[in-house]
Design a protein around this ligand. Structure first.
Ligand SMILES: Nc1nc2c(ncn2[C@@H]2O[C@H](COP(=O)(O)OP(=O)(O)OP(=O)(O)O)[C@@H](O)[C@H]2O)c(=O)[nH]1
Ligand SMILES: [Mg+2]
Length: 416
């Protein structure tokens, strides 16, 4: 980029500036920094509802307009998606380029995409997003002449003419179809060899690439920035019992533009076709619960929320005081393994949990000594439903476990 664009960030707070809203605003700053924009000021406004015409209140818009003129701001970034008419009205008051969170995210993707397929996908998403914004309103196209929100992948600059956008969308879709066909062929070949597929999914910056590297000695790019990974990277791991392929994927983020998910469906096929998802979670993040929720939202959109999932509760090294009770409370009924992808702590346990999924499972009813029951529960290798605690320190359990582990419990079996 020629020079650092100067920007301000704007958030409308309907929840009175809750912790969630503040974290989301902080994330907008990180996104801007990742896009290479300098955010000079942040404006927030508490309101009970969105203003139809300006999104924020007109008075606030005037205030931002004044600041923009004084400080020669190039870009105003809004925390949420604006309607085309809101952009148009805001542009009358604020003499700067107005973009929203989605455009910012897509801009970052455009800068980062390195594979041919990634580039096609991002450009397609951007054009789909832009099209309705150009319809029925005279956005001052000269303002769109450069900088974030207008940069396509590689050297391209985004098209601003509607007819040409439609043509370009058609070309991109055709090319992507060809690439998809090619990938389907590769997949068929892999399926024939019955290799177990694990997809690493999770919020951006949770540590997916670091975990891939730790597990498979891969050399995936990791960095403390958002969207370090855009192109999926697969690595094969030969274990004692199996061959497992792990694939690192693009990170998810709150408000990931729908068009982007749609465009990335091809790449995210690894998630759709995975036998198991390892959901990497950043324990050290103040709003981990929101991040999990957002990842699940995207998984739902991809139609794979029902897939088997193991949570890799990552960055445990940063929380030396966390007790196992506190940890358990965070994940309720989902199987999880606390790990540090960075130091390698417990990644062997995670691998054991993954391996357990590569085998057939079995449901058995057993009467277990309490000690064995506790060990099994803490190993998190399957699901254990305690039915009754007896007076002689044993527990009647219905267990769903990998066949290999179930076999070791045969002696405690109570019925077939
Ligand atoms: N302390 C600590 N830091 C970690 C751990 N795992 C990853 N990190 C750091 O977290 C940052 C993000 O790691 P990545 O592996 O790039 O995260 P990612 O999920 O692949 O991120 P995207 O590709 O951007 O979605 C890096 O600075 C890592 O060094 C961990 O277990 N402990
Ligand atoms: Mg990554």
């Amino acid at each position: 980029m020629e020079k650092h664009e100067k920007a301000v960030a704007v958030a409308l707070w309907l929840g009175g500036g809750s912790e969630k809203e503040e974290l989301s605003f902080a994330e907008l700053y990180s996104l801007a920094a990742t896009a290479g924009v300098q955010v000079l000021a942040g404006f927030t406004q508490n309101r009970s509802e969105i203003d139809n015409r300006y999104y924020i209140g007109p008075g606030k818009a005037e205030e931002i307009g004044d600041y923009v003129r004084e400080s020669e701001i190039d870009t105003v970034i809004f925390d949420r998606e604006l309607s085309p008419s809101q952009v148009k009205n805001l542009e009358r008051i604020i003499p700067a380029k107005i973009i929203d969170r989605s455009e910012l995210i897509m801009d970052i993707f455009a800068q980062r995409a390195s594979s041919r397929e990634g580039q096609l996908q991002v450009e397609l998403a951007q054009l789909h997003y832009q099209l309705p914004k150009l319809m029925g309103r005279g956005r001052d196209l000269s303002r769109l002449a450069g900088g974030i929100g207008t940069r396509g992948p590689g050297e391209t600059k985004l098209e601003v003419d509607r007819r040409r956008i439609r043509q370009r969308i058609h070309v991109l879709e055709q090319e992507l179809k060809k690439l998809e066909k090619h990938r389907a062929l590769l997949r068929k070949r892999r399926d024939r060899r019955r290799i177990f597929q694990v997809a690493l999914v999770g919020y951006t910056n949770s540590g997916k690439s670091t975990l891939l590297n730790q597990l498979t000695k891969a050399e995936a790019y990791t960095a403390d920035i958002l969207f370090a990974t855009l192109d999926p990277l697969s690595r094969r791991l030969e274990t004692e019992h199996n061959t497992i392929v792990f694939t690192d994927t693009v990170g998810f983020i709150s408000g990931l533009p729908h068009h982007l998910i749609a465009a990335f469906k091809g790449t995210l096929e690894v998630v759709v076709n995975a036998d198991l998802l390892v959901h990497v979670v950043d324990l050290s993040h103040p709003d981990m619960a929101m991040q999990i929720e957002e990842v699940n939202k995207v998984l739902r959109e991809l139609g794979c929320l029902e897939k088997d999932q193991i949570i890799a509760a990552n960055k445990i090294d940063m929380l030396p005081d966390l007790t196992s009770q506190e940890l358990a409370g965070k994940f309720r009924d989902l199987p999880y393994v606390p790990v540090s992808a960075l130091t390698g702590l417990n990644t062997d346990k995670l691998l054991a949990a993954v391996e357990a999924h590569t085998e057939p499972w079995e449901i058995i009813r057993v009467l277990l000594p309490l000690e064995i029951f506790r060990n099994l529960s803490s190993a998190n290798l399957g699901s254990l439903l305690p039915l009754e605690f007896t007076n002689d320190d044993r527990v009647r359990v219905e267990a769903e476990l990998p066949a290999r582990i179930a076999a070791t419990l045969r002696q405690y079996e109570t019925e077939k």
